[in-house]
Design a protein around this ligand. Structure first.
Ligand code: GLU
Length: 510
């Protein structure tokens, strides 16, 4: 296990962590894991969890991304102490509202001789890039403007020429960086070009904005995905140039596709938190699943609520090796958490899925909600995703169902006449049954099978199909009891009519 710099991680200063998504898309599952670890560290240490929106890449903004990020974090149970909607003293928390701050710090770097104005046009840069490619030279800015005489810079600025501000990377030597999970890493300055810190539109680059904000917001730990390790030398150069102490950096391993081959991407299915939510995963399951995708608990325990995770989580049990994103495992968690819910709570979670399919009105009147709660024990053990509920309880909620296919009613053994006759008798018997309780229905139908000298299955299967249209359902008696007489009788009649129309003989099974 990698040893953690305890003093830095858990020093006297309160922990301040930030989740810093770019609103260029909806909250990604990788971002959700980062936010979860941030949140856990903050809650466990009595620190602060900050949400900062990094909206400096104006071309890639997605209009409702911020809303999605906030909604998804709330849905997961990850509340933030400072940031959009929460306020805080270190704000504003949208980087687009901090432009004057970045300009001040970029200019400060120029004045200290650590950065410079670059007036190269996009055309010149493109030409340079092509030449580098043709001659096999390393790519990157050729430092054309690095040593422009001061008067020329003044003249160009006065003439209103467009510029960017670039960081002056030392031409020789090395930069030592540190990641809390990987230890120290050394990069040659020569491998870095003079990167842009302030763009020509007055917006900062990620590097400048990230370092300035992490410093000004008092961030003690930066947790983020491994893909940002390449930025670490630039960030350390900036901290050095400003004379600031860097926070502790923790880079989380990437997610591998479920088959273990390559990085997880869109083509493997859902990757956004919203998609998982819409598919019917519970936040409890997603949180538990993400917790163990990058962190390993000290015991074999696999089930953690958020509260339990706050107790158990520790930075020094984070992994650096890539982790398999196994949907089977997530489904397994979801099944477990669905079964842990009370019937009332499961009904609450189910409601939006049923309303979306038009099975229940929105708002849902109390009697209908009470009926939904009554249905939950029938299906709770049978579903893995909330999105399976419309199919699982649809035939309870609809007044009518589509006429079942005759071959489903008849099954493999009987004939249409036999099954029609059986269903007619069931209909007669049930129309005379006042007590539609599960226990009584069982007595009545088993009694009927005995009278008719039939095996129970010969009656039960066609009845099941007649009243639900399906062959796989909850137990027949609880099913009939929950449907109620007023739905059962017309559906039996409908099935008899289907069979009468089909005519004689075996209904084709194909
Ligand atoms: N805005 C970056 C992102 O979208 C944040 C990276 C960081 O945490 O420093 O992932």
């Amino acid at each position: 296990m990698t040893s953690i710099n305890q003093k830095r991680c858990f020093g006297m200063d309160a922990v301040r962590v930030r989740f810093a998504p770019s609103p260029t898309g909806y909250l990604h599952i990788g971002g959700a894991r980062t936010a979860l670890y941030d949140w856990l560290l903050a809650r466990q240490t009595g620190g602060r969890f900050i949400l900062r929106i990094e909206d400096t890449d104006r071309n890639r903004l997605v209009a409702d991304a911020v809303q999605d990020i906030k909604d998804s974090l709330r849905w997961l149970g990850l509340d933030w102490d400072e940031g959009p909607d929460a306020g805080g003293e270190a704000g504003p928390y949208f980087q687009s509202e901090r432009l004057a701050i970045y300009e001040k710090y970029a200019t400060q770097l120029v004045q200290a001789g650590k950065a410079y104005y670059c007036f190269c046009t996009p055309e010149r840069l493109e030409e340079m890039r092509k030449k580098q490619e043709q001659t096999g030279q390393p790519s990157g800015y050729d430092r054309h403007c690095r040593e422009l005489p001061a008067e020329e810079v003044e003249r160009k600025l006065a003439a209103g020429e467009k510029y960017v501000i670039r960081f002056k990377v030392p031409l020789a030597g090395q930069i030592k960086v540190r990641d809390e999970l990987r230890g120290e890493m050394i990069f040659d300055h020569q491998t870095l070009d003079d990167f842009v810190v302030l763009k020509s539109d007055g917006f900062p680059t990620y590097h400048l904005a990230s370092v300035v904000d992490d410093h000004l917001m008092g961030i003690t730990h930066v947790i983020r995905g491994e893909e940002w390790i390449v930025s670490l030398p630039r960030h350390f150069l900036l901290y050095d140039a400003f004379g600031w102490a860097p926070p502790a950096f923790i880079h989380l391993p990437i997610f591998l596709a479920p088959d273990g081959k390559g990085k997880l991407s869109k083509r493997h299915g859902a990757t956004g938190v919203r998609e998982f939510r819409e598919k019917g995963y519970l936040p409890e399951a997603l949180v538990n699943f993400l917790l163990l995708l990058g962190w390993h608990p000290p015991t074999d325990e696999e089930l953690f609520t958020l509260d339990q995770a706050v107790q158990a989580f520790s930075v020094d049990r984070l992994n650096t090796s890539p982790v398999n994103f196994s949907l089977d495992k997530l489904d397994w968690y979801n099944g477990i958490y669905i079964r842990k819910l009370s019937h009332e709570e499961l009904a609450k979670r189910a409601l939006p899925f049923l309303q979306k399919d038009g099975l229940l009105p929105d708002p849902c009147p109390p009697e209908q909600f009470a009926y939904l709660v009554r249905l939950m024990p029938l299906v709770q053990e049978r579903i893995k995703l909330l999105s399976e509920l419309p199919n699982a309880v649809g035939y309870f909620l609809r007044a009518e169902i589509d006429p079942p296919a005759p071959e489903l009613l008849v099954g493999k053994k009987g004939t249409t006449e036999e099954v029609a006759a059986i269903l007619r008798k069931v209909e007669v018997v049930l129309s005379q049954t006042a007590d539609f309780s599960e226990e009584n229905l069982e007595l009545v139908l088993r009694g009927l099978a005995e009278n008719l000298q039939l095996k129970p299955g010969q009656i039960f299967m066609p009845v099941r199909v007649a009243v639900t249209g399906q062959t796989a359902t909850p137990g027949l008696f609880e099913l009939l009891a929950a449907l109620g007489k007023e739905k059962v009788l017309p559906r039996l009649k409908q099935a008899v009519m289907v069979l009468e129309k089909t005519g004689s003989g075996r209904a084709s099974v194909n």
